[in-house]
Write a protein that binds this ligand. Structure first.
Ligand code: 5RP
Length: 234
């Protein structure tokens, strides 16, 4: 289970504000992590008040919380599409000189494979975060979900392309050691990531990598909660 870093209030504001975007009848992608959990709880309260939605969870963790708060669930092959996905991020590229925000690093909770599936299938993908996630340059380790048999080979390849891989084990502060899909996680440090799109393409091409945590050009908006309010970025 991922721990709750950053300000709880800031995360709550971001999650609750994003949940207000949901319309009656929507199919909603339910993200993973402590910020997305605030959105899930808010959706649960809205369902209690009569909102009709179907949720598509991005992890076992979000599925359990959605069940707990009474959100009716569905799955990807039972819906025509996803209207909106609300999900957290570990880092958001936010260069003040660029127009809008940039790529995301996700997967702190080890759920990036299903998150990418659901978030990319959504008509609108909204990120929820606190200000500690904003960074001029991405420098956070990129989590890779890897087939267990492939972890040593993938780690060698990551070193060859200039990264420093660490196999996630029980000493890791966040997330599971084994993914919901029964695979392992390599957290890969690359220093400052100047070209996330190029790195994303490179990582996707490594045999044995199921999915990586770089989300490039996917998000439509970000709600960044603060202790005073919420800022929306597009
Ligand atoms: C899980 C994720 C989370 O969205 C990310 O780790 C952010 O979590 P939090 O809101 O708890 O900081 O990508 O795989």
């Amino acid at each position: 289970m991922k721990t709750e870093g950053g300000s709880r209030e800031a995360k709550r504001r971001a999650g609750e504000r994003a949940a207000e975007e949901i319309d009656d009848g929507d199919v909603v992608g339910l993200g993973t992590g402590s910020t997305a959990a605030h959105a899930i709880r808010a959706i649960g309260r809205a369902v209690d008040d009569g909102l009709t939605v179907r949720g598509i969870p991005t992890s076992f963790q979000s599925r359990q919380l959605a069940l707990e708060v009474g959100i009716p669930l569905s799955c990807l092959d039972a819906v025509d599409g996803i209207d909106i996905a609300i999900d957290g991020a570990d880092q958001i590229a936010d260069d003040p000189d660029a127009s809008g925000f940039g790529a995301l690093v996700k997967g702190g909770g080890g759920a990036q494979t299903r998150e990418k599936l659901v978030d990319s299938a959504a008509d609108r993908f909204v990120v929820v975060a606190d200000p500690s996630k904003l960074s001029e340059t991405l420098e956070q380790s990129v989590p890779l979900e890897v087939l267990p048999d492939a972890h040593a080979l993938v780690a060698d390849e990551i070193r060859r392309i200039g990264g420093e891989p660490t196999l996630r084990d029980a000493t890791h502060k966040d997330g599971p050691v084994v993914t919901d899909n029964g695979n392992l996680l390599l957290d890969c440090a690359f220093g400052e990531i100047d070209a996330p799109d190029e790195l994303a393409t490179r990582l996707s091409s490594v045999p044995g990598v199921v999915e990586h945590g770089l989300f490039v050009g996917m998000a439509d908006a970000a709600y960044v909660g603060t202790d005073e309010g919420v800022e929306m970025r597009e």
